[in-house]
Design a binder for this molecule. Sequence first.
Ligand code: C5P
Length: 226
Amino acid sequence: MSGTMEQETPFDGGGPVIVAIDGPAGSGKSTLARRLAAHFGLGLLDTGLLYRAVAKKLLDAGIDPADEDAATAAAERLAPADLDPACLRGEATGNGASVVAAMPAVRTALLPVQRRLGAEGRGSVVVGRDIGTAIFPDTPCKFFITASIEARARRRHKELLNRGETPIYARVLDELKARDRRDEARSVAPMRVAEDAVVVDTSELDIDQAFGTIRSLMDERLRMSA
Ligand code: C5P
């Protein structure tokens, strides 16, 4: 969790504020969430890190992420020290995360952790796949950030190149498609747009334009819910 105050916020006086930011991998949602959290002086909770941490524990121990008992045990024992983003970025960890994320017992174990962390302090921008539908369904600030599969694959490919890796574009595209399929098809809390979420397509927007769009939509939503 992190958050810095950049300006006066419209939230003073109420309970914790939750801004739900859902969407597929490569949509730009994490970057946007970071900027929103800094702008509004809220914490930031990237819930993907929890699923990644569970997958990483299994991968490090040489256990197949599809092993449901091991994944559930790892989810139940997750500690704050397991959530260091620097150790959880890899593609194998991300793909393993989408495997363990399809397991109902893993999601059940991680649900209260997300609700507790998200509601700490003044509240948080919470990033994931099911924040607006399952974790914080009552928040009035819900956004679903998306982009075309090609735009997302191009971004992910560039990000991996910048990290010094040697990615193959066609493979990045295939892995994103497979991840989308797993996230959309699972029986518990599949990735989908909440009925009352605002959809923002970032295919043709740069980060400043996307941030500006969401910031003004948020002001509007907060005025409506006041
Ligand atoms: O967002 P990130 O790529 O870090 O998430 C990794 C995986 O964790 C996703 O592909 C998804 O399967 C899972 N996840 C989820 N629900 C969330 C956050 C992440 O199922 N709220």
